[in-house]
Write a protein that binds this ligand. Structure first.
Ligand code: URA
Length: 229
């Protein structure tokens, strides 16, 4: 696609304003200033306008390392939202594929593609979400079987779906669940008389939080990560 057309489709700029921005040197492709409107944009290239990434046409998929004290919502008057952390054009077209609580940290997937996020969030799709959990009370080995069988949550009918618990040490464990009920991990541990004091999402399906992302940082997903869902 021509660069001027690409800018129009990815931002609110008209074709003539896009051309002016190009002339001023406000547009970069993979870090290099590009002034030509007819420059052809190729898949995977990072296009920035005024230093902000506008690189992706069509569906967009990204991962964020969520810091504590941010909200998984598109708007909040008190706290910053995860969308506020994305310095990205057309952020209003994005939604969060599986929310985390304000105090939970780690992997958040954000996309424009509703069908893709449904595959992550629908309990019927069995997409595992793995959490590193810190607890106030000592873990008992019998909990592995209890969570595999399912537990009853307060104010919910039936049992939770089978979950995989890996005990790391007396107060730390990894828990993989395929549902996303409200405060599910905290409520599962509450159901067995323990209390979660730290919760960090490490992976969703085969998508693992990138070690290179500091809290608050994000990147686009790779084609393999997108296809893995
Ligand atoms: N379970 C919780 O209790 N909180 C989260 O943020 C995610 C899963």
């Amino acid at each position: 696609m021509r660069l001027d057309k690409f800018i129009c489709e990815s931002t609110e700029l008209t074709r003539s304003f896009a051309k002016k921005a190009l002339h001023r040197g406000d547009v970069t492709c993979d870090g290099e200033v590009v002034k030509s409107s007819s420059f052809k944009v190729k898949a995977g290239q990072i296009i920035c306008l005024d230093g902000k990434v506008i690189s992706v046409v069509g569906p967009r998929f990204l991962m964020l390392n969520k810091p504590a004290d941010t909200i998984c919502a598109t708007f909040d008057i008190v706290h910053p939202t995860v969308i506020d952390l994305l310095d990205i054009e057309k952020a209003d077209t994005l939604h969060i594929a599986g929310r985390l609580d304000i105090d939970t940290t780690g992997l958040v997937l954000i996309t424009t593609d509703g069908q893709w996020s449904h595959k992550i969030t629908s309990p019927k799709k069995d997409c595992g979400k793995c959490y590193l959990v810190t607890l106030t009370d000592e873990l008992d080995a019998s909990l592995v079987e209890t969570f595999a069988q399912g537990v009853e949550l307060r104010n919910e009918d039936g049992l939770t779906k089978p979950a995989v618990l890996e005990i790391i040490d007396s107060h730390h464990a990894r828990l993989t669940i395929t549902e996303g009920k409200y405060h599910q991990v905290k409520r599962m541990f509450a159901a067995v008389g323990n209390k979660v004091v730290g919760l960090h999402r490490e992976s969703v399906g085969k998508i693992v939080l990138d070690d290179d992302l500091a809290p608050g940082e994000w990147r686009f997903l790779t084609d393999e990560e997108i296809a893995s869902v």
